[in-house]
Design a protein around this ligand. Structure first.
Ligand SMILES: Cc1ncc(COP(=O)(O)O)c(C=O)c1O
Ligand SMILES: N[C@@H](CCCC[NH3+])C(=O)O
Length: 431
């Protein structure tokens, strides 16, 4: 397992994260446990704000909160000076409760409800990223009712097939997100938003997919987008002020992932916009990006207790743990590949191939299909790395399993930021 962030092996041969011994964390807080290396989150935020710069225009980094959001995470992102992308009433509510500055909020989503839009307007959310004609009409109506004007970005689809899992591509021609830049009515739509008294059209948003490890897809999207905003200027007289290029920057999960050099990618993206705009004599818009996964994925580690081992009649050796697809559905959903280690035996030889199975009543409840580990004993602690993104945020209560606690670790100190669910919590809304 690659040691990421502040991970190291301590004198006891145990895994240490943020100066805290993982075995002690498991004992103190129970398992499964989501552990977050907050120094690594801060480092990633700082690296984004430092690298995503242009001498020719303003830039802004927005954290895509769907990757991982809690009140404590909101505060951390606020302190790091990033803005926040929310995509539902629940994410918005979390941001509001954390007193996240509303002007730095971007409200996304292809299916926003009337209630969500009202809440966003009442909280004076900085920008609403509108997805379709219905929403645009509804938003204008609500603005009139509530006597509000709001900044908007129109989500468009540049029709780029990014090289990633089909389920996390977002910009092919049949994607549910945004309005295609090739659709016939797009110029009319832009004109109507631009002329609206209630909506202040700042520009466009696009996002081509997630876990993209090839930087050419990002540059290709920019080329289509600048061509598009140039056409928009000619066809509807609207000059784009802001271009939000979304997130999607891929991270290391296992040796199957070639490392995307994010700093190099950001520099290439800014240069591509500058060059394309210069060629077209187009003023460079303000540039925004929305990373989620690349800020938190590598900072998260899930600790499990080994409950049993089994060798099947077919010869597969299983390690069972006290969690599974309820705390990490990504292997079942996307064939994700994770690295792991026995946190209490970091120096033991990894001489046997295992499948890590979860405890849910579901054959697809596999955390890792194939991994080399030492032969485990009951109650060994299995640490699965890079679970910081889309694990806690996609966790479920299938089989009425309780969601794990979340602990932040830094400089030898640990702090619970989300309590482990209790069985009473599971019954909370049952009548
Ligand atoms: C609109 C939008 N912005 C940002 C993101 C964040 O993507 P990632 O976590 O891959 O950086 C997503 C998720 O794919 C998204 O849909
Ligand atoms: N949930 C996906 C990413 C989706 C990104 C949001 N549009 C994953 O775990 O990889």
């Amino acid at each position: 397992m690659r040691l990421l962030g502040t991970m190291r092996i301590n004198d006891m041969d145990n895994l240490e994260i943020g100066g805290c011994d993982a075995v002690i964390l498991a004992k103190k807080y129970g398992t499964p446990l989501y552990v977050f290396d907050t120094a690594l989150i801060r480092e990633r935020c700082a690296s984004y704000t430092k690298t995503f710069k242009s001498s020719k225009t303003e830039t802004e980094v927005i954290y895509a909160s769907k990757a991982f959001l809690t009140l404590a995470m909101c505060r951390l992102i606020d302190e790091a000076g990033l803005s926040l992308d929310v995509v539902s009433g629940g994410e918005l509510f979390t941001a509001m409760k954390a007193n996240f500055p509303p002007e730095r909020l971007y409200f996304h989503g292809n299916g926003k409800t009337v209630e969500e839009l009202i809440t966003a307007l009442q909280y004076n959310v900085g920008t609403i990223v509108v997805d379709n004609e219905f929403e645009i009409e509804m938003l204008q109506y609500l603005c009139a009712e509530l006597d509000k004007r709001v900044k908007v970005l129109l989500r468009v689809n540049p029709g780029i097939e990014a090289h990633t899992h089909a389920y996390i591509q977002t910009a092919n021609n049949d994607s549910k997100f945004g309005v295609s830049i090739f659709s016939e009515n797009i110029y009319e739509l832009i004109k109507s938003i631009h002329e609206s008294y209630y909506l202040d059209l700042r520009g466009f948003h696009y996002h081509i997919g997630s876990q993209i490890l090839d930087h050419n897809s990002f540059v290709k999207a920019i080329e289509s987008m600048v061509e598009f905003i140039d056409k928009v200027r000619t066809d509807s007289g609207y000059e784009t002020k802001e271009l939000n290029m979304g997130g999607g920057f891929g991270v290391y999960y296992s040796e199957h992932d070639n490392d995307l050099d994010i700093e190099q990618t950001l520099t290439a993206m800014v240069e591509a916009v500058e060059t394309e705009c210069k060629t077209r004599r187009f003023p460079i818009p303000k540039l925004l990006i929305e990373p989620g996964r690349s800020i938190v994925a590598n900072a998260g580690t899930t600790l499990y207790k080994v409950t049993a081992t089994k060798e099947t009649y077919g010869g597969r050796k299983f390690i069972f743990v006290d969690g599974g697809m309820t705390d990490n559905p990504r292997t079942a959903l996307y064939d994700a590949i994770y690295e792991a280690a026995l946190a209490n035996r970091m120096k033991d030889e990894t001489d046997t191939t295992f499948t890590i199975g979860g405890k849910c009543c579901e054959s697809g409840d596999i955390l890792i299909k194939s991994i080399q580990l030492p032969y485990p004993k009951q109650n060994d602690i299995l640490a699965v790395a890079s679970t910081g993104a889309y694990n806690y945020s996609m966790a479920s209560n299938y089989n009425r399993i309780r969601k794990p606690a979340v602990v932040f670790v830094e400089n030898g100190k640990s702090k619970v930021v989300v309590k482990r669910e209790t069985y009473e919590d599971i019954l909370r809304n049952d009548l």
